[in-house]
Design a protein around this ligand. Structure first.
Ligand code: ADP
Ligand code: MG
Ligand code: MG
Length: 502
């Protein structure tokens, strides 16, 4: 079904319920109540055993593995779900369709992307990685791309702000991970609630305060829709993966469901393997080791370290040139950059993509203040204690926060400013606690935490007449210690968590 904006009446209803409700009755600093050590140990044992029993797993570091994996460790987890106001959770899920449509439109707006990338000192000019992708895409466009359809598996990330608002951290258009493991984490928390009496310590908690999480089926639905649109039933889906990936179970669970529910086979290859095994036929159909590929799903290629030589770019461009549907296309990957997020917040830009004024109001209400660093270096210095600076990078660990900003600005060459944006810091509820469990730790660690909500969605688009098939398909929560600026489970800052509606 092609997307339509919901009626204005429905939007006003939402506005009233979500945005205008500043009263938050939940006391975050009371969460979670303290447990005596013996109960905590018993609960931790139940949790880690459940995680190990239900593929809530990671591979151990490479040096602890034989050539073929022989053991796994449980993923870092939170013992209790994190409170999220019901209305903000509903708002985040509702917004996802609007975001799906917005990013589909950005990715098909060549003129807009070229302007953001290619202005005199655009990011494509000053950031080598972004520049390589942009220039490669431009060349391929001129030759004519074989596949107009594009698939996005998205994740829009949010923090609660100032007691009663939902604010977007970023919108991911490539390698949006932890969909399947977040479903398992939600199931873990439901299991702990059902199986123990410890939750009795939490007054008023009910089973329906744990929202359903069917993210695996949802994401697989997006991949299967692209596969069906390609129209060759016995073609396979290609997962492009990093060598040495430890988060393989999160990916494999998608693969198993594709086979079990849709009879679609998956091939996993790295860029280096594809350099040897991938080729195009005279109709630009992509073949890998003799098998036709319907859809290319990237769980690699989002960071410069995935392209140590020009050979990996050559492989990326070969895939881009092919008739297989890319998830994402280079255009959609570029659309997910922080620079685009910042430009969208400039006056008048959102109007280009979203015609409905109420939908624009809801989108803008979900944003913090942002500006191009080159347009406001002095302002960034003055306001550094309430700011984060972000480059055009994904995967965590790239941002500059607060008091690190002035010395960073002193050292940053003027020409490189265009690669960065400044963003106001979101202020999540203070005093919320969590019990975090990492593999190999003696026990759960209680600490003050910040929880980041992610909403998954997909969009299949580009086929003409502005048609966008899209869906909101699930959610995740990642929780980090308050003292850490960064999040990121893969980078070791965060643990997997789930939602408790309050
Ligand atoms: P990446 O693409 O590397 O994940 P993010 O924009 O998500 O980059 O930033 C990484 C982390 O930094 C986030 O998960 C969040 O914890 C923190 N962060 C980013 N932007 C903000 C912000 N505006 N306010 C508070 N924390 C932020
Ligand atoms: Mg992020
Ligand atoms: Mg990101």
């Amino acid at each position: 079904v092609a997307y339509k904006f919901v009626s204005i009446a429905a939007v006003h209803n939402l506005l009233e319920h979500c945005l205008l409700s500043t009263v938050m009755t939940f006391d975050f600093s009371s969460w979670p109540p303290s447990l005596p050590e013996d109960q905590l140990d018993a609960l931790t044992l139940l949790a880690t055993t459940y995680a190990l029993s239900h593929s809530l797993l990671y591979l151990p570091p490479a040096q602890q593995q034989p050539r073929l994996p022989a053991a796994a460790i449980h993923a870092p987890i939170s013992l209790f779900p994190s409170p999220v106001p019901r209305r903000l959770f509903e708002l985040a899920r509702w917004l996802q369709s609007t975001y799906n449509l917005l990013y589909a439109r950005i990715a098909t707006d060549v003129e807009f992307l070229d302007r953001v990338m290619g202005a005199v000192e655009g990011v494509g000019k000053v950031d080598d990685f972004v520049g390589q992708l942009w220039m490669g895409w431009k060349q391929l466009r001129e030759q004519g791309l074989a596949q107009p359809l594009q698939l996005g598996l998205f994740r829009s990330d949010y923090l609660l702000h100032a007691g009663g608002e939902l604010k977007q951290v970023e919108f991911n258009t490539i390698s949006s991970s932890f969909g399947t493991l977040s479903q398992r984490t939600a199931a873990l928390h439901r299991y702990l609630f059902a199986s123990t009496g410890y939750y009795d310590a939490f007054p008023g908690m009910k089973a329906d305060d744990f929202p359903p999480n069917e993210t695996t089926t949802g994401l697989v639905g997006g991949l299967a829709a692209a596969h069906a649109a390609y129209g060759v039933p016995d073609a396979k889906i290609l997962f492009v993966v990093q060598s040495g990936e430890r988060n393989v179970f999160d990916q494999r669970l998608l693969e198993y469901e594709l086979l079990e529910k849709h009879s679609i086979h998956v091939l996993r290859q790295t860029f280096d393997e594809l350099g040897l095994n991938a080729s195009l036929d005279s109709n630009s159909a992509l073949f890998v080791s003799g098998t036709q590929i319907s859809t290319v799903y990237f769980r690699a290629g989002y960071t410069p370290t995935d392209y140590p030589t020009s050979a990996q770019y050559t492989t990326r461009f070969l895939l881009e040139r092919s008739r297989a549907i890319k998830c994402p296309s280079i255009a959609l990957q570029l659309a997910g950059g922080k620079k685009v997020q910042q430009v969208l917040a400039e006056p008048g830009v959102l109007e280009r993509f979203v015609e409905d004024a109420d939908a624009r109001e809801l989108l803008r209400a979900s944003w913090m203040g942002m500006w191009a660093l080159e347009d406001g270096v002095q302002r960034a210095r003055e306001q550094h204690s309430k700011l984060v600076l972000k480059p055009q990078r994904e995967g965590g660990g790239n941002n500059v926060y607060k008091e690190a900003i002035p010395p960073f600005l002193d050292a940053l060459p003027e020409a490189e400013r265009a690669a960065w944006i400044a963003m106001e810091l979101i202020e999540p509820p203070a005093g919320m606690g969590g019990y975090l469990v990492r593999s190999g730790a003696e026990s759960a660690v209680r600490t003050e935490v910040v929880s980041e909500l992610g909403i998954f969605g997909w969009a299949l688009f580009g086929g003409g007449e502005g048609r966008v098939d899209e869906k909101e398909v699930g959610w995740l929560v990642r929780t980090k210690g308050k003292e850490s600026n960064e999040g990121g489970v893969a980078t070791g800052f965060s643990v997997l968590d789930s939602v408790l509606l309050v």
